[in-house]
Design a protein around this ligand. Structure first.
Ligand code: F6R
Length: 261
């Protein structure tokens, strides 16, 4: 794991955007795994800026989103499909045919999940997966005790996640769907690179457990300790409980320029 402590969320998000942009310039038909939620918003704004000002070309890029609520149609503002078109896809030159988001409206959910896994394989696998972390340590919607071998499937959100996500539903917890379809931890571990973003004090415990705790299914993100190429961008508040924070800073500050992002 490479831990990069940034002074704030914009600097961390811009550094992560440079990693994404570098991949797309080197491999124009890159396959990206994408997340929703508050965390990647600045990263997406920066990618939109790079597209507009620097000609970053998404025309051959393929995307697979991590998750989607069950029984929330794509034209509903709360759906993750709506979120992605609103916050990224409508503002870059992505080919809509290359966009993949789990189908929360599928009548046969297991078959739809299996087809999603198959589509990832057919696309050549995910080159770079963007991840946020839940305050309970989830990645995607792989909640605590999710199997490390899990693939795309239906999951039930924890009460904590329902509570955390109520802010997107006018603060009304009763409006938050309890079920979602999410890539599994096994799916995420197959990505060639994972970029994890975590900002704000409410992520500091989950971040510390992910990076410095034992690898355990109760903190799903901790499995990333076993991933060969994971970069974690945190801001100072999210780094507050990292025991080795000074070491991570020292390592990053002493990297040769070509190794930095
Ligand atoms: C979203 C997702 C979730 C979020 C996590 C953090 O697609 O997969 O794991 O990344 O819940 O959410 P925010 O960024 O809203 O704090």
């Amino acid at each position: 794991m490479e831990i990069i402590i940034n002074k704030d969320a914009p600097s961390g998000s811009h550094a992560a955007a440079r990693v994404v942009a570098k991949l797309i310039r080197e491999k124009p038909d890159a396959v990206l795994g994408l997340a929703t939620g508050s965390t990647p918003l600045i990263l997406y704004q920066e990618l939109i800026r790079m597209h507009r000002d620097e000609g970053l070309d998404f025309s051959a890029v393929t995307t697979f989103n991590l998750d989607e609520y069950v029984k929330v149609p794509p034209d509903n503002e709360q759906s993750y499909s709506y979120f992605m078109w609103e916050n990224l896809f409508s503002q870059i030159n992505i080919n809509p045919e290359n966009v993949h988001i789990p189908n929360g409206m599928a009548t046969d959910i297991p078959a739809s999940c299996a087809a999603y896994e198959q589509a990832i394989v057919q696309a050549g696998g995910i080159d770079l997966q963007v991840l946020g972390i839940g305050s309970d340590g989830h990645v995607g919607f792989n909640e605590p005790t999710s199997s490390f071998a899990s693939r795309t499937r239906i999951k039930t959100l924890t009460r904590q996640t329902v509570k955390d996500n109520a802010r997107f539903f006018g603060g009304d917890e009763s409006q938050v769907p309890h079920h979602c379809i999410t890539m599994g931890i096994g799916t995420i571990m197959d990505a060639r690179m994972n970029l994890v973003l975590a900002f704000g004090a409410n992520k500091s415990r989950a971040v510390a457990a992910t990076i410095e705790g034992p690898v355990a299914a109760v903190i799903p993100a901790s499995i990333l300790q076993h991933h060969p190429c994971t970069r974690i961008f945190v801001d100072e508040p999210a780094a507050a409980h990292l025991k080795l924070a000074d070491y991570y800073r020292w390592v990053y500050d002493n990297k040769p320029a070509w190794q930095r992002v």
